[in-house]
Design a protein around this ligand. Structure first.
Ligand code: SF4
Ligand code: SF4
Length: 458
C-alpha cells in the first residue's frame, strides 16, 4: 500500500451520532424468510419507471424480467423466485409512498432459497471479460446503487468520451448509525467485492481505485488489504481509512475526503472524473458478470433494541418488512417506530407490507427511549440564530434560511438558497438546540418543487 498521507481523510461539517453498530456487527449474513408473497415495485431506481413485462396470472421463474423500459437511465426488474403474478397495482414503497408494483405468489414447493455465490472462493480472472461484456451484464442484471441512491450502475461504469473517468472510489463507509450490512459483506464476501471492483475499473477505464472505509471498521480494512495483496492486478488499489463522521459516506463528502476534489453544487461526480460505487453494488457487479445472476436479493440489517433477533439477512427483493420482522422473532413491547434505513436518513414506515427494495439496506426498530432522545420529539422553539446548522451542514448550505422559506411557502426563495443541493443527511436537525425539524421542512420543499416541475408523481 502506498503512503496515504497525501490524501485528506474527511470533509467539513458533519456530526457524530451514537454508532449503535454493536447490535449487529458480529452477526454473520444468514438466510432471511421465504415469504408467501413478494411485492416488487416497478420503481426502485433513479430514472424512468419500468413497465410491467408480465400480466396477472403469468407464471414466472426466478431471474425472469418482470419490468423494464427503453429509456437510457433505468434498470430492469427481475423476479427473485418461482411463482405466479397475482396482481399489478399500486403498492407501498419505502420512499415514494405508493407506486405501481407486481405482487407475486411464491411457489412454495419449487423454491430453494437463493444462496450467496460460491464462485468467489478464490480470486476471479477478470481478463476474461471485455468492457462491453461487463456493461451488458450489469445492464441485464438491473443493478443500481445499493447504498440508497439507486442510480443505474451501467450508466456509471459505461465509458463516456465526453466525460472520461479517472478515479473509481468504492464507498465502504457505512456511516449511518446501526447499519452493518456492508461491513459484513466486506468481511464475508471479500473476494466477490474485489472482483466487482476490478470489473468496474475495467469497464469504466479508471486509472486509480480507492476504497474508502471509516476507521471504526479496522477488521474490514484489514480483510480488504490482505485480499488485495493476494489479488493479481489489484495490488495498487488503495484502502483509505477515513475519519468516522456522519455523513462520511455521502458521495460528495467521500470524494472530498479521498481526493480533495470538490464537486460543485448542481454538478455530478463524473464532471470531476470520479465514479463512486457502493461496496454492495461492487459485489452485485461480480455476481452479474461472473455468475450471470440478476439483482434479485440483497443483505438487509434488521436492528434496534426492540427486535428479538437482530442480524444481517439475505432476502429476496419484495419481501415485506412485516415478514422480515416476524422472521427475526418479532418486536418487543418497547418498540415504537419502524424505519426503512437508519435513524439519520431512514423513513418511518406506516404500512408494514412495505417491501425491501434494491436500495433498502436496513430496517431499524426504535424504542420509546430512542425516540424520547430524538430532538424532533421535543418541543420546538423559535430559531435562536446560533448557526450550528450552518456549521454541521456538509454541503455548506444555510439550512435555517431554506427551512424558513419552505415553512412560509416561498419555494422560490428556497431555490435561491440551493435547496436542491441538500442531501437530506439530517445533520442540521440533529444539532439544532431549538429542536426545529429543519430537514423535514427541506424534504417537504423539495417534494413540492419536484411536483411543480412534474419530476415525480402528483
Ligand atoms: S441542509 Fe440538507 S445537507 Fe445540509 S445539513 Fe441539513 S439535511 Fe444535511
Ligand atoms: S441550529 Fe436551529 S436554532 Fe441554530 S440557527 Fe439553525 S435553525 Fe436556528
Amino acid at each position: 500500500m502506498s503512503d496515504l498521507s497525501e490524501y485528506k481523510f474527511t470533509f467539513a461539517g458533519g456530526v457524530h451520532p451514537p454508532e449503535n453498530k454493536a447490535i449487529t456487527e458480529d452477526c454473520a449474513i444468514c438466510q432471511g424468510p421465504v415469504s408467501k408473497q413478494l411485492l416488487i415495485p416497478l420503481s426502485q431506481h433513479i430514472g424512468a419507471i419500468c413497465e410491467p413485462k408480465v400480466k396477472k396470472g403469468d407464471i414466472v421463474k426466478a431471474g425472469d424480467v418482470i419490468g423494464d423500459c427503453e429509456a437510457f437511465v433505468t434498470a430492469a426488474i427481475h423476479s427473485p423466485i418461482n411463482g405466479v403474478v397475482k396482481d399489478i397495482s399500486l403498492g407501498s414503497h419505502p420512499v415514494l409512498g405508493r407506486v405501481k408494483s407486481i405482487r407475486i405468489e411464491v411457489d412454495q414447493e419449487n423454491n430453494q432459497p437463493r444462496q450467496p455465490s460460491v464462485e468467489f472462493e478464490r480470486a476471479v480472472d477478470v481478463s476474461r471479460y471485455t468492457p462491453e461484456q461487463i456493461c451488458e451484464a450489469v445492464k441485464k442484471a438491473g443493478i443500481v446503487g445499493m447504498g440508497g441512491a439507486g442510480f443505474p450502475t451501467r450508466v456509471k461504469i459505461e465509458p463516456n468520451p465526453r466525460l472520461p473517468k479517472k478515479t473509481l472510489i468504492i464507498n465502504a463507509c457505512e456511516c449511518e448509525p446501526y447499519i452493518t450490512c456492508d461491513y459484513r459483506i466486506m468481511l464475508e464476501w471479500t473476494n466477490q467485492v474485489i472482483a466487482g471492483i476490478q470489473l468496474a475499473q475495467k469497464s469504466s477505464g479508471c486509472g486509480e481505485v480507492f476504497i474508502g472505509v471509516e476507521d471504526n471498521k479496522p477488521e474490514a480494512i484489514r480483510a480488504l488489504r490482505e485480499a488485495l495483496e493476494e489479488t493479481e492486478g489489484a495490488d495498487d488499489y488503495k484502502v483509505v481509512a477515513l475519519k468516522t463522521k456522519y455523513p462520511q459516506g455521502g458521495e460528495r463528502q467521500l470524494i472530498k475526503a479521498v481526493t480533495g476534489k470538490y464537486v460543485p453544487t448542481g454538478s455530478i461526480p463524473p464532471m470531476v472524473g470520479v465514479v463512486v460505487l457502493n461496496v454492495a453494488t461492487a459485489a452485485a457487479i461480480a455476481e452479474a458478470v461472473v455468475c450471470g445472476r440478476p439483482l434479485t436479493h440483497r443483505v438487509v440489517t434488521v436492528t434496534g433494541e426492540a427486535i428479538a433477533k437482530p442480524g444481517n439477512y439475505y432476502v429476496p427483493i419484495g419481501t415485506s418488512i412485516n415478514d422480515l420482522i416476524e422472521f427475526c422473532g418479532g418486536v418487543t413491547e418497547k418498540s415504537a417506530k419502524v424505519l426503512s434505513g437508519g435513524p439519520m436518513m431512514g423513513i418511518a414506515i406506516a404500512d408494514l407490507d412495505t417491501p425491501i427494495t434494491k436500495t433498502s439496506g436496513a430496517v431499524t426498530i426504535l424504542t420509546k427511549e430512542d425516540i424520547g432522545k430524538a430532538k424532533y420529539k421535543k418541543r420546538q422553539t423559535p430559531c435562536i440564530r446560533c448557526g450550528r446548522c450552518l456549521e454541521a451542514c456538509p454541503e455548506n448550505l444555510n439550512p435555517t434560511k431554506i427551512a424558513h422559506a419552505v415553512k412560509y411557502n416561498r419555494f422560490d426563495i428556497s431555490e435561491s438558497y440551493y435547496i436542491s443541493a441538500c442531501v437530506e443527511c439530517g445533520c442540521c436537525s440533529y444539532v439544532c438546540p431549538a429542536n426545529i425539524e429543519i430537514t423535514g421542512h427541506i424534504k417537504t420543499g423539495k417534494i413540492h418543487l419536484a411536483r411543480q416541475k412534474k419530476q415525480m408523481p402528483q
